[in-house]
Design a protein around this ligand. Structure first.
Ligand code: ADP
Length: 420
């Protein structure tokens, strides 16, 4: 069977599985017409027109298929924005080489030293209001970070899931958890996953939103935020950029912000026991700037470092971000080895860039091709890891001010990478 026939065969199977998917049928009909199988295309086009009578592409293809001598297809290809990678991966699943190949077969030829870490500071997106989300990820979706997951499980999730334990250890469980580390390493992702694990809703707010946008009416808004969280219990309330209060301390003295902050602290103390089903989590890229009032017992009194993933972690993150894309012959182990210092977000960016490359190549050649190792390696060379600047600051802080060993994890990471 040549590759065109194999493609037709898997498209036929895909249509048989999803008979009500017009896009699949159209794609199959187009392939059939171009392969001289106009007759077989007709019932598929008829099915599409039954579902979508105004589908002009189906109409044009039908006229072609019914023409006395069906010519080769001359319908313009679908614009690339409509191309459904996941569907293509599903359809081609049986005819393409394996997605991932085992590490044993990997060669060491491109086992070069990773490039020095550069500095592209992460940007944050301010949102206007808070919204209640349903968490769709769980800790299984978070690549690597096994130490963080273990701590989350032991210190937070296990007792939260078990009311008896919670009662027994009630006092020591008070307080929320602060996730800190360089941008893009999965703090927000983990907070969402915690909500997913608890079957809880998720509300994310940034501190600067609370302080800036709600100025004037902010105390009321803070109350409203916690009220919404309680009304949606169980709910994880996630405060991003917790350091914003610290950075604005001078402003605080002179403005109405103090009331807002006090209200926030009162509310936090109120939810600390977790009895009303609201769990507070916070994140910061600048733990050294977090106002100490927020770190007192009963508030965000436990900190967990979320650092760039280790080699198995990077492998897992690559796999996570490639799992729904049409890939062939990917050596995850090699990619992981060559991306030391990359954050999860950097890896997501590499995967995105690689699939853009493959998509562009497919569009310009008119033949769909898989994302290959070469695409990922080229993308990797284009993406600069974004965690460098953070470690420069963290190193200085950890060297001169490491209260209660808060930055021990950072020091251990830097030592392991021989950067200490
Ligand atoms: P942070 O909050 O630490 O700045 P995010 O949690 O917002 O970082 O991560 C940004 C994106 O990077 C996530 O949406 C996800 O796509 C990817 N990412 C980061 N860490 C991981 C991880 N451990 N596993 C899978 N994807 C990750």
């Amino acid at each position: 069977m040549n590759s065109h026939e194999a493609l037709l065969e898997s498209m036929r199977r895909a249509v048989a599985t999803e008979p009500n998917d017009p896009a699949l049928r159209l794609h199959l009909a187009e392939l059939l017409i171009s392969a001289g199988g106009a007759q077989e295309a007709v019932p598929h086009l008829a099915a599409v027109l039954q579902i979508e009578p105004d589908n002009s592409r189906a109409g044009r293809l039908m006229s072609q298929a019914l023409a006395p001598e069906a010519p080769k297809v001359d319908v313009p290809p679908e614009p690339d924005t409509e191309f459904d990678w996941s569907a293509a991966a599903r359809d081609l699943g049986d005819t393409i080489p394996p997605k991932f190949v085992s590490s044993e077969t990997e060669t060491d030829e491109s086992d070069e030293e990773p490039e020095p870490i550069g500095a592209v500071p992460g940007a944050s997106n301010a949102v206007e209001t808070f919204e209640v989300e349903t968490a769709e990820v769980t800790l299984a979706d978070v690549g690597g970070l096994s130490g963080v997951k273990e701590r989350l499980n032991a210190a937070f999730l296990a007792p939260m899931r078990n009311p008896k334990l919670r009662k027994l250890f009630g006092k020591s469980l008070r307080g929320g958890l602060l996730l800190y580390g360089p941008p893009g390493c999965g703090k927000t992702f983990i907070a969402q996953a915690v909500a997913g694990e608890l079957g809880a809703r998720f509300i994310s707010v940034t501190m600067s939103d609370i302080l800036d946008m709600w100025l004037g009416n902010s105390e009321k808004n803070v109350r409203e935020l916690f009220r919404t969280a309680r009304a949606n219990a169980p709910c994880v309330l996630f405060f991003d950029e917790l350091d914003a209060i610290g950075q604005k301390r001078s402003q605080l003295r002179h403005s109405g912000m103090r009331g807002t902050v006090n209200q926030l602290l009162t509310e936090l103390d109120g939810v600390a026991a977790g009895n009303d089903g609201v769990f507070a989590l916070a994140a910061t890229n600048h733990p050294w700037d977090v106002d100490s009032a927020l770190l007192r017992p009963g508030r965000f009194d436990r900190a967990v470092a979320v650092l760039p993933p280790d080699t198995p972690g990077r492998e897992a993150i690559f796999e996570y971000h490639l799992r729904d894309r049409p890939v062939a012959g990917i050596k995850l182990g090699q990619l992981a080895k060559q991306t030391e210092g990359f954050s999860g977000a950097d890896i997501a960016h590499v995967c995105e860039t690689a699939s853009e490359r493959a998509l562009l190549a497919s569009v310009s050649s008119g033949e769909v091709r898989m994302i290959e190792m070469a695409d990922l390696l080229a993308a990797r060379a284009e993406v600069t890891p974004s965690t460098g600047a953070w470690f420069t600051s963290a190193r200085n802080v950890a060297m001169y001010a490491n209260p209660d060993g808060m930055y021990n994890d950072v020091v251990a990471y830097l030592k392991q990478r021989r950067l200490w």
